[in-house]
Structure formats: C-alpha cells, structure tokens
Design a protein around this ligand. Structure first.
Ligand SMILES: Nc1nc2c(ncn2[C@@H]2O[C@H](COP(=O)(O)OP(=O)(O)O)[C@@H](O)[C@H]2O)c(=O)[nH]1
Ligand SMILES: [Mg+2]
Length: 227
C-alpha cells in the first residue's frame, strides 16, 4: 500500500474479510492520509467481488478508470504512473500487465498460465490478450461494471481471465505492457492462497462457460476479425 501511495493518489484498499488485523492498521493509516481509503468487507467474498465493490464506489464518485493490483507486494507499484499514462492516452482500451517472471516463479504456475492464455486467445479469436491472469491492470470502469452486473460468476479467482475475455467481446481493446512479478519464497514471507485443486477447478469451469459464450458469439467475432 505504501509503495502504491508513493506513486499515486488516491489509493483505495479493499480488505476482503481479512482476519489478520490489517483492516485496523490500514484504517489507522487512512486516518492520517486523506488520499488513502479503506473499504472493509466483513466477510471474505473473493477477488472479483472485492474489485466490483471498489469500482462501484469509484464510479459513484465520478471515476472512469481504475488500476487494480495485489496488495502482497508481488506487483510493481513503480509502474502505476506509466500504466495510467497509457490509459489516459487510450481511455477506451484496457491496459494489461504482461508478467515478466523472476527466477523464483514456480514452474507449475508459469506453465498453468500458458494453458489459461491459450484458452483466452481462442475465446477471443486472438484479439491480443497478452496475459489472461495478471491482475495488474487499468480497467475502464463502466463496461466492467456492466459485464459483472449481468453475471453471477467472476466473483473469485475466476475474475481476472473472465474480465479480459468478456471486455474483449464487448469491444474493449487490450494494450499489453511488460510488468515484473515477484514471487517471494516462503522463507521471505511469501504466502500464496492459490489452491491447485480448488482454483484449477474454478478456472476450468470458467473456461467452459467462456467457450459456450464464444460459440454463441462466433459469427460476430469472425465478422469483427474480418473487418
Ligand atoms: N479480494 C480477494 N482477493 C483475493 C482473494 N484470494 C486471492 N486474491 C487476490 O488474488 C491475488 C493472488 O492470490 P495469491 O494468494 O497472492 O496467489 P499468487 O497467485 O500465488 O500470488 C491476491 O494477491 C489477491 O489480490 C480473496 O479471497 N479475496
Ligand atoms: Mg500473491
């Protein structure tokens, strides 16, 4: 959070039912810093639901775009201004981080990504999604809120890939920018809540419904591709 605040104002943190006392600490910091807002969800709802809460409040206050990032230090806060600049130049697009992995990145995760990316390419007829899973992104808020309101999925870890695919379908073009990802080793405090069985099952079900949506939209996607 501090790294993000050093680069940008305002910064909003959504605390998603965390039980480690981080909400209290953040609220104390927000008391000293008018540019920091803390939104606390009493119960864990999942990544997509937390983003939706943040961007719904942001839209109500007149914001049109939001950069999302993880709060566990894995995402490059120093790139926030560059991503925002590109978004300001091309406000109709979404600006997607393209992960540049360090040597500590778990092989299984890096390879699992290729699978999810392959599906996302197919589902959008190669519309140019650089990475389907990386959560360091700038979204135009209005189309994303519209898509999520029409959907009861996309509320957990299935959020990031489903959001890019559905935004592509809605005509929001992706712009990809390289952005390093850090993987902390466990001994350095790296904590991952990624659960192989649970999250891969969630992603498989997500791609199954996206494939169905893809088939329904295929004529339109082909027409768009030809133009
Ligand atoms: N709001 C919310 N975000 C989550 C939840 N689980 C994971 N995330 C988000 O997804 C990111 C990736 O999860 P993480 O456990 O760090 O796994 P990693 O992929 O190994 O880094 C987190 O940093 C959060 O931004 C959740 O239950 N609620
Ligand atoms: Mg993480």
């Amino acid at each position: 959070m501090r790294a993000a605040r050093a680069q940008w104002a305002p910064v909003w943190v959504v605390v998603d039912g965390s039980t480690d006392g981080s909400a209290g600490q953040l609220q104390a910091m927000a008391g000293q810093d008018p540019q920091l807002r803390v939104i606390v969800l009493p119960e864990n709802r999942g990544k997509g639901a937390a983003v939706l809460e943040g961007i719904t409040q942001a839209a109500a206050e007149g914001y049109t775009h939001a950069l999302t990032m993880d709060s566990d230090g894995q995402h490059p806060a120093d790139l926030i201004p560059a991503f925002m600049r590109v978004s300001q130049e091309q406000p109709d697009a979404m600006v997607l981080g393209k992960p540049v992995f360090d040597a500590d990145a778990p092989r299984l995760r890096v390879n699992g990504r290729k699978l999810s990316n392959g599906w996302a390419h197919l589902e959008t007829l190669w519309a140019g999604i650089g990475d389907s899973l990386y959560g360091f992104r700038v979204y135009p808020i209005a189309p994303l809120v519209r898509i999520m309101r029409n959907q009861r999925f996309m509320r957990r870890f299935d959020f990031d890939p489903e959001a890019v695919v559905r935004l592509c379908w809605a005509g929001v073009a992706p712009i990809n920018l390289d952005a390093p990802v850090r993987y902390f080793r466990n001994e350095d405090g790296g904590v991952s809540h990624f659960n192989y069985l649970r999250d891969n099952a969630l992603l498989t079900w997500m791609h199954a419904r996206l494939l169905l949506g893809f088939l329904l939209r295929l004529p339109r996607l082909i027409l768009r591709k030809l133009r």
